[in-house]
Ligand binder design. Structure first.
Ligand code: 5AD
Ligand code: SF4
Length: 483
């Protein structure tokens, strides 16, 4: 559920703009916080509401409807959203007809309580109820608060063609699974996003075809746990827990889905996120090795390097099994970059456990990572059975130590690129210079280089001459044969 684009929850949400030509327009301001799945879901919501005549605006003060897609992963994420709601409160004084809706994980977690706790909120809609938005908005326009937080076992929004919001026209998310069944004890996601379900591969392919026709060059297959993608021909019927023999015979797993998409679209770069160590199969690694267009990059959260803590977290693997997977990645995909998520200060974590995490990091030398202090989430198994017993100062100190170590490893990995030539897909102008393009290598490392005659969407061979700890600096030496 993370990725390079896990949009840091402390960052201001981005206003997403949609322009339709519908005459009967009302103005929608929609912003997203949290993980890529939320950003992808907002594109589904925009599509549903475009049909209702909603035209988006970046100007809060003129919005008829404000929707905020929320994140509950850590307490800080929720606090950020509450602060944002205060801002809406201020705007409502200037624009009293404005209605405010909350979507996503916080909506699902708080349900009706949201209406009581935050008076500004008129509408609460959970992640599986977006198709009900047109009805709910009517309720709100008639002056009643509206709530739908029903979770589904089969909603995948596979029939909705997302409106691409705020993008660069080059890279896009394609959602392939929703929900999570893993029940890591720290994680609120199984409660806010419900049971795991996979999307029909045909609708996934149709979406990728559409993106290819529109000129997109890179897709990221998205899911809380992509490796557990499993499609039984026709899907499992409600109430049936087990697949029939026929369903098993026609099943498609994640490695097969990757193979299908990569074969159908040999020029499309393919990424995926997030992988779960316990579910990632060797077949996935072999499929990556087989297809040049599947990127050499795996986001592989480990959370802790201590087998004891992993067990407390209900991660279904040991430190040794994780290391074995890393060794297999290095063997099968020698140029693959790997990133991590780590939590420090999980209940009962000792200095020794913390050292286990540090030594695992030393072993892997991750290209980069996302590190967090443990934040107890109401309703999770950890909250129910374990005391949040690591003092904040200790959590912070351990976090600072792993962040510092990761910084060293980032620099080490980035320096490995020096003097070599890599294919870079141009996504946009560099933030620091309007004379340079910015894009990413297959390994997901950002590279900047002079614009010359190249343009956004080109695959360019870039010679790396210099680097900062996270960015490669180079020069284009010609087009790649992928154009
Ligand atoms: N506290 C801190 N970090 C968490 N994550 C998930 N739940 C929590 C929590 N309760 C982190 C995990 C996960 C990433 C998306 O967020 O590292 O992989
Ligand atoms: Fe949460 Fe674990 Fe599922 Fe990721 S795999 S969403 S951390 S329960």
């Amino acid at each position: 559920m993370n990725m390079e684009k896990i949009i840091d929850e402390n960052k201001q949400g981005e206003a997403l703009v949609l322009n339709t030509n519908n005459k009967n327009t009302r103005k929608l301001f929609i912003e997203s916080y949290g993980c890529a799945m939320n950003f992808s879901d907002s594109e589904i919501v925009a599509s549903i509401l475009a049909k209702e005549g909603f035209n988006t605006t970046q100007n809060l003060e003129e919005a008829d409807l404000v929707l905020v897609n929320t994140c509950s992963i850590r307490d800080k994420a929720e606090q950020t959203i509450r602060k944002r709601l205060q801002k809406y409160n201020a705007v409502k004084k200037i624009n009293p007809r404005m209605k405010v809706g909350v979507l996503g994980c916080m909506a699902e977690r708080l349900k009706e309580k949201f209406l009581e706790e935050e008076k500004i909120v008129d509408l609460v809609v959970g992640p599986d109820a977006y198709k009900d938005l047109p009805n709910l908005i009517k309720e709100v326009e008639d002056g009643r608060d509206a709530v739908n937080v029903i979770l589904s076992i089969d909603e995948t929004y596979g029939d909705i063609s997302p409106v691409r919001l705020g993008g660069n026209g080059v890279t896009a998310f394609v959602s392939i699974t929703r929900g999570c069944d893993n029940m890591c004890t720290f994680c609120v996601v199984p409660f806010t996003r419900g049971r795991e379900r996979s999307r029909d591969p045909q609708s996934i392919l149709a979406e990728v075809n559409d993106l290819a026709e529109k000129g997109y060059k890179e897709i990221t297959l998205l899911g809380q746990n992509v490796d557990s993608f499993l499609w039984y021909g026709g899907g499992l019927k409600k109430g049936f827990k087990k697949a029939s023999d026929i369903q098993k015979a026609t099943a498609m797993d994640f490695a097969q889905l990757l193979d299908l998409v990569a074969t159908e679209h040999p020029k499309m770069r393919i990424r995926f996120s997030t992988s779960n160590p316990q579910d990632m199969s060797l077949e996935v690694l072999h499929t990556m090795a087989k297809h040049k267009n599947i990127c050499d990059y795996i986001h592989l959260p480990v959370q802790s390097g201590s087998t004891r803590i992993l067990k407390e977290m209900n991660r279904q693997h040991t430190r040794e099994e994780y290391i074995e997977l890393i060794d297999n990645i290095r063997k099968i995909l020698p140029n693959c970059s790997i990133s991590q998520d780590i939590i420090t200060g999980f209940p009962t974590e000792t200095e020794e456990d913390h050292q286990d995490t540090m030594s695992l990091m030393e072993y892997v030398k991750y290209d980069y990572g996302y590190m967090f202090a443990y934040s107890e989430r109401p309703g999770t198994l950890a909250a129910k059975k374990l005391e949040d017993d690591i003092p904040e100062e200790i959590k912070k100190r351990r976090l600072a130590e792993i962040v510092a170590l990761q910084r060293e490893h980032c620099a080490f990995r980035t320096e490995e690129f020096l003097g070599k030539i890599f294919e870079v897909l141009i996504e946009k102008e560099s933030k620091k210079s309007d004379q340079h393009w910015a894009g990413r290598t297959s390994q997901n490392t950002v590279a900047v280089f002079p614009k010359e005659n190249y343009k956004v969407g080109d695959f360019v061979m870039v010679k790396v001459n210099d680097c900062t700890s996270a960015t490669l600096i180079g020069e284009g030496v010609g087009f790649s044969d992928n154009n």
